[in-house]
Design a protein around this ligand. Structure first.
Ligand SMILES: [Zn+2]
Length: 132
């Protein structure tokens, strides 16, 4: 959603968790790069290849908070990535913790925007998306 809000939330969480500046950088990075899945969705599902059309679609969808199949925005995927990376590399783990913090802000935004669980909740939990 909003890059600045996500960055600030991840930054503050990193400070509160007493992480080093270097570690916080990875936390903030994770909060930003998670949205690469929006681009993946637009290219592979919407078949958009023109940067101008991609930008137009993004702006239009962002404005109305319409959820889509964004692979890294499913809680189960994020938790799995966190679990795997925890045993591989601390900084990679921090990036995925950044994903989780980003997810929390997105869910809060959906709750505030829609005031109900539909239609967004199916796009935040993989088991609900597969069940629908
Ligand atoms: Zn997001």
């Amino acid at each position: 959603m909003n890059v600045l809000v996500h960055s600030l939330f991840n930054l503050l969480t990193g400070i509160l968790a007493n992480l080093s500046l270097y570690e916080i950088m990875f936390l903030v990075l994770g909060g930003i790069i998670i949205d690469i899945d929006h681009l993946i969705y637009m290219i592979f599902r919407e078949k958009l290849h023109n940067p101008k059309k991609i930008w137009k679609f993004h702006k239009q969808e962002y404005k109305i908070n319409r959820p889509h199949f964004y692979i890294f925005h499913f809680l189960e995927i994020i938790l799995l990535l966190m679990l795997i990376s925890y045993f591989i590399n601390w900084y990679l783990y921090l990036i995925f913790v950044g994903f989780l913090l980003h997810w929390i802000i997105d869910v809060a935004t959906y709750i505030q925007y829609y005031k109900k669980t539909r239609p967004w909740i199916n796009y935040c939990f993989l088991f609900l998306y597969l069940k629908r």
